[in-house]
Design a protein. Structure first.
Ligand code: TXD
Length: 319
């Protein structure tokens, strides 16, 4: 059986890390596409030369030609401009919308059967635009944000509780970052919900509130520390988890930006919700009953996404 093919559109910090992880995990052959001449080929060559040491078999190729992504099973899109200190995600809108147009057309022409994961910010708007420009079915185009946001949340919770990160699950809904809606009732340590852990004296509501606030601004905290660019290790690993769920038909339940058609009372938008990812792409949207507070938070996310889409439509008349 031929190897899977994974195309990475954008070979920057996240793209390079994605290539490294995909090769190390032997997920398939990897194509790194970028508009920057030489750079993707250089990264592909460097990564290939780590193969004999690591013992992986994967062909890695760098390219500036969309024809090379032909037949890809998975496409992960990071193309665009990352956030700089002081720049909001929404400032990126105009620049990255144009990038999504080029990438969407490249995917449409070369690998219309792929499962596409968008990472480019502002995420919830860019995944919608990429779907529009590519014309792929909605169940084959998703956005990565929730896995990262919940990983950040899980890391902070594990630290607070002094337990393994493996035993902490977190449940987040809504948009990426600032408008994410963590649901503490469904966030657990080995199945014990966080509110019960508070009752058991493991922590306090105040500490949980502080962790939620830190998670919301988790991306910004890293942008400030790095001074140049944004997070890339955890974002890459999060997207790889989604790609593996598709390629291995794992039916993982993961929070992702998915296209809603009536679920959660939302129609025609990409918003972060738990979904089942398997060989069929988005196989199911998990719709849970929300309490009033979560409903309110979720609505703030939905409003923010709607506002961004309106701005996108104003910038590109084909949308
Ligand atoms: O949770 C999330 N979704 C995110 C999103 C978490 C962290 C970062 N997030 C966003 O991912 C970030 O705001 C950016 O929009 C993307 C990619 O971040 P990365 O750190 O990898 O950015 P880089 O290193 O600048 O890489 C972007 C590459 C760069 O090499 C450009 O030359 C290339 O994109 N680029 C393009 N490639 C192909 N086609 C076009 N048109 C293009 N324009 C730029």
């Amino acid at each position: 059986m031929a190897r899977n093919k994974i195309a990475l559109v954008g070979a920057g910090m996240i793209g390079g890390t994605l290539a490294h992880l995909a090769a190390m995990k032997e997920m398939g052959d990897v194509v790194l596409f970028d508009i920057a001449e030489g750079m993707p080929a250089g990264k592909a060559l460097d990564l290939s030369q780590s193969g004999p040491v690591e013992g992986f078999d994967a062909n890695l190729k760098g390219t500036t030609d969309y024809a090379d992504i032909a037949g890809a099973d998975v496409v992960i899109v990071t193309a665009g401009v990352p956030r700089k200190p002081g720049m909001s995600r929404d400032d990126l809108l105009g620049i990255n919308l144009k990038v999504m147009k080029a990438v969407g057309e490249g995917i449409k022409a070369n690998c219309p059967d792929a499962f596409v994961i968008c990472i480019t910010n502002p995420l919830d708007a860019m995944v919608w635009a990429l779907r529009e420009f590519s014309g792929l079915p909605h169940n084959k185009v998703v956005g990565m944000a929730g896995v990262l946001d919940s990983a950040r949340f899980r890391h902070f919770l594990a630290d607070e509780f002094g337990v393994s990160m493996e035993d902490v699950t977190a449940f987040v809904l809504g948009g990426h970052g600032d408008t994410m809606v963590p649901i503490l009732e469904y966030s657990t340590v080995a199945g014990i919900p966080v509110p019960d852990l508070i009752k058991m004296g493991w922590s306090t509501q105040e500490k949980m509130d502080a962790i939620v606030a830190r998670t919301r601004s988790g991306g910004g905290e890293i942008v400030k520390l790095l001074g140049n660019g944004s997070a890339y290790y955890a974002p890459a690993t999060s997207a790889i988890q989604m790609a593996e769920a598709y390629l291995k038909d794992k039916k993982r339940v993961l929070p992702c930006a998915a296209y809603l058609e009536g679920q959660y009372g939302v129609d025609g938008l990409y918003v972060g919700v738990p979904i089942v990812i398997g060989a069929g792409g988005v196989e199911r949207i998990v719709e849970i009953e929300l309490n009033d507070e979560a409903k309110k938070g979720f609505q703030v996310s939905v409003d923010a996404v709607e506002e961004l889409l309106e701005a996108c439509k104003g910038l590109d008349s084909s949308l």
